[in-house]
Write a protein that binds this ligand. Structure first.
Ligand code: ADE
Ligand code: ZN
Length: 322
């Protein structure tokens, strides 16, 4: 167990953080049949495409400000009980709109859940607004404009998830420029389902300080050196990668090799119940499978806090907890 190690998470999609129990309760509330979505206590999917469909189906079960307050509150409280002191949640106004909720109400609900979890468990949180790659560059510009307008005080970053095998980051450069110019931190998914060329494409076109996953950079030693030299932080999600068969098991995961090569790596849960994981399990697996000592795990948390999209006073206060 690693409950005694303070943890920080930079990469968790909030709709993907709904437990099966909460999803079932929401389905009952709205009279939706989700027997095809949940089997026993697990979400049903069998590859990345069906995972994204299951994710969308789950997102559609959250329809009001209070639904989202409950979602962020319960998620943050659950990881606080595993030792988490900080979490950045990835949010998607496109998904909220799809469920009939305005982006403002969506963020207000999520912000209220963060406030409640801070009050009950002392965990700090921030919000990253993401666009969806498979919805294309124009829609991403709309999302970026919305994020750039500082729609909520806890919004501090902009990112992109979705189908990495579609398009190029060049299609999203305009969106990321809008977000960066507004002072938002920049992260994007790359090097998860596609190899090192996808990480290079992201670096070249959107200049992120952090990359979601990025782990397939390991296939290109020159790129690994570049990540280390430029201090680009990888939001690694080993449990997600193993679950989606990006790597066949934890022993084959390059987390340790990247760390040893000087790359700044962090531990994250991505979409925890979908991948039968939690932030606590990611830290525990890093200890048992990657041989991380308590000190190394604490350093991983420090790396995350140093890369967090948060004001300097809050960063200092969080680092002091280590
Ligand atoms: N959206 C939710 N989870 C994701 C993942 N692992 N990769 C890309 N987009 C996502
Ligand atoms: Zn992700």
């Amino acid at each position: 167990m690693t409950t005694h190690i303070p943890k920080a998470e930079l990469h968790c999609h909030i709709e993907g953080a709904a437990s099966t129990e909460l999803a079932l309760r929401q389905a009952e509330k709205y009279g939706v049949d989700i027997s095809g979505l949940i089997d026993g206590n697990r979400f049903q999917w069998d590859d990345f495409t069906s995972f994204l469909a299951a994710y969308d189906q789950t997102a559609a079960l959250f329809r009001t400000e209070e639904d989202y307050a409950l979602l962020s509150q319960t998620y943050l409280e659950s990881i606080a009980e595993e030792g988490a002191i900080y979490s950045e949640i990835f949010t998607s106004p496109d998904h909220a709109r799809g469920a009939g909720l305005s982006p403002d109400a969506y963020l207000n609900g999520l912000g209220e859940g963060i406030r409640r979890a801070r009050e009950s468990h002392g965990i700090e949180g921030r919000i990253i607004i993401t666009c969806v790659r498979h919805y294309g560059g124009e829609q991403a510009v709309d999302v970026a404009r919305y994020a750039a307008g500082k729609p909520h005080e806890l919004v501090t970053g902009f990112g992109m998830g979705g189908e990495e095998r579609m398009g190029s980051h060049a299609d999203f450069a305009a969106a990321f420029d809008i977000a960066r110019d507004a002072g938002l931190g920049i992260t994007t998914h790359a090097g998860e389902l596609v190899g090192p060329e996808s990480v290079l494409d992201a670096i070249d076109h959107v200049r992120p300080t952090r990359i979601g996953h990025g782990v397939r950079a390991i296939e290109d030693p020159a790129l690994v050196d570049r990540l280390a030299e430029e201090g680009i932080v990888l939001e690694c999600c080993p449990g997600s990668n193993v679950s989606l068969s990006v790597f066949k098991d934890f022993d084959s995961h390059p987390f340790r090799d990247l760390l040893d090569a000087g790359v700044k790596v962090t531990l994250n849960s991505d979409d925890p119940p979908f991948f039968a994981t939690t932030l606590g399990r990611e830290y525990a697996m890093a200890q048992s499978a990657f041989g991380m000592s308590d000190d190394e795990l604490r350093q991983t948390t420090r790396t995350a806090l140093e890369a967090a999209f948060v004001d300097e006073d809050t960063r200092r206060a969080l680092i002091a907890k280590l």
